[in-house]
Design a protein around this ligand. Structure first.
Ligand SMILES: NC(=O)c1ccc[n+]([C@@H]2O[C@H](COP(=O)([O-])OP(=O)(O)OC[C@H]3O[C@@H](n4cnc5c(N)ncnc54)[C@H](OP(=O)(O)O)[C@@H]3O)[C@@H](O)[C@H]2O)c1
Length: 422
């Protein structure tokens, strides 16, 4: 008979049984303890994770709060909104008072004897991706430039899914590195020579850009935002001028700028400012101001390049235009706290100011396919429409000053001779 009485039994057999029963008890207790241990440690891990999650959450909210309390945030929220409204006001005024103003038509390329080549930087996301797709539909061989090999492969796959006839080629280039751009120029030239294409580029679209909220420095010692948004485009354009010049029909440079350039009212073009070293050293990184400044520099560069091409008698061969896409829902705000970028997009959508990349790409495609003779035009609002950029951006003396400082900055790098032969 089996009686369990806390492990005590009298008969031998029963004792045997008892001892078996005791063993069972011990095993069960051990099992329970183990379960408790496991559940205790799982509970501990969960608790730890909760604590960590909470810490991350608190940190995120603290960062967001600091962001909201910064001057730069309000500069973006208020002044950028006013400057985009001013651009739309220009469109509205033109439709009222200059109804005869004819928008620029789009000209499709000739695909014979060989397909023309169009190069787009920052084509792995947002506007660059949308532009690459649109121009692939026009029959261009689209050269996609990006800094991540993985994203480049993804981009090719996406565009091929949307347009099976697309002719694409990708190159991994970091536009914030002068060395990387120089290497790219050689690879591009070699690829063109090895292909059955004409050894030239018909459209160059300088689209890559960032809105960095913390200071970072490039290999050449420039602020990364200025290095990517302006100096990278300056270097790439100068290096590709011979390929643009070799185009059998007139070629085009499209610089993608922004309405935010209007906020800048006072500029300096000394070495510290153009390289961005002055900003990197400052206590609070003025990211909104640097973004506006870099976009203004790109505009001044575009107009100065046009003037220089005129002086060299090449302005009928190479056109320089500018495109402003407006406010677009892309990844450009990736460094802004998620809740704030979501809120900004929500408010802008409510104000009917926010566009999708597929819609905003129109100003870039308008500029790329505009007829010859559109140098200096500032495309905005799609449908071939243009507006005026700020008065400061059209100051020829400032543009010359910026050109000279940038050329000097590049001349003191190990690659100076390769870039400054224009
Ligand atoms: N979104 C707007 O509201 C707006 C308004 C006016 C003007 N813009 C201008 O439009 C252009 C495109 O921006 P987006 O809105 O399409 O932003 P996005 O989605 O963030 O795309 C930016 C592209 O630039 C690339 N890029 C960044 N740094 C690079 C580098 N060092 N080398 C090579 N590629 C680099 C990015 O590549 P990764 O993916 O590898 O980072 C990405 O493909 C920018 O010049 C921006 O200033 C945008």
């Amino acid at each position: 008979m089996l009686t369990i009485s806390k492990g005590r039994r009298t008969t031998g057999k029963a004792g045997q049984e008892t001892s078996e029963t005791n063993d069972d008890d011990v095993t069960q207790i051990k099992k329970k303890n183990k379960q408790r241990e496991v559940s205790g440690s799982v509970f501990g891990v969960v608790k730890h994770l909760q604590k960590m999650g909470l810490i991350v959450l608190v940190k995120e909210w603290w960062w967001t709060l600091q962001f909201v309390c910064s001057i730069e945030f309000w500069r973006m929220a208020l002044l950028w909104t006013l400057s985009i409204l001013y651009s739309y006001y220009q469109l509205f005024r033109a439709s009222l008072f200059s109804p005869k103003l004819i928008p620029y038509p789009r000209c499709s390329p000739s695909l014979t004897p060989s397909r023309p080549v169009c190069l787009i930087t920052g084509a792995t996301s947002g506007l660059g991706l949308a532009t690459a797709y649109e121009l692939s539909k026009e029959g261009y061989v689209v050269v996609i430039v990006g800094r991540s090999q993985h994203l480049l492969s993804e981009t090719i796959r996406k565009i091929k899914d949307w347009n099976a006839d697309a002719h694409l080629k990708s190159f991994q280039v970091d536009l914030s590195s002068v060395e990387s751009i120089i290497k790219f120029k050689s690879s591009l030239r070699q690829w063109l020579l090895d292909s059955d294409l004409h050894c030239s580029v018909q459209i160059l679209i300088n689209n890559a850009g960032i809105l960095a909220t913390s200071p970072r420095v490039t290999a050449e010692g420039y602020d990364q935002m200025i290095g990517t948004n302006y100096i990278g485009a300056f270097v790439l354009t100068k290096l590709l001028l011979p390929l643009l010049e070799s185009s059998p029909v007139s070629s085009k440079i499209v610089n993608v700028t922004s309405f935010t350039h209007r906020v800048v009212t006072n500029v300096q073009f000394d070495e510290g400012t153009v390289s961005g070293k002055r900003f990197v050293r400052s206590k609070q990184y003025p990211y909104a101001h640097i973004y506006e400044y870099s976009k203004l520099c790109l505009l001044l560069f575009s107009y100065e390049l046009h003037r220089q091409l005129c002086l060299m008698g090449k302005s009928h061969q190479i056109f320089v235009t500018v495109a402003d896409p407006g406010v677009v829902q892309t990844n450009i705000m990736r460094e802004i706290p998620a809740v704030l970028s979501w809120l900004a997009f929500y408010v802008l959508k409510r104000l009917h100011l926010l566009q999708s990349p597929e819609c905003a790409v129109n100003s870039i495609v308008d500029a790329a396919l505009a007829p010859p003779g559109t140098s200096g035009a500032y495309f905005f609002g799609g449908k071939g429409r243009t507006v005026n950029s700020s008065a400061l951006s059209r100051n020829a003396k400032l543009a010359r000053e910026l050109w000279e400082t940038t050329s000097y900055l590049l001349s003191v790098t190990p690659f100076g001779a390769k870039i400054n032969n224009f």
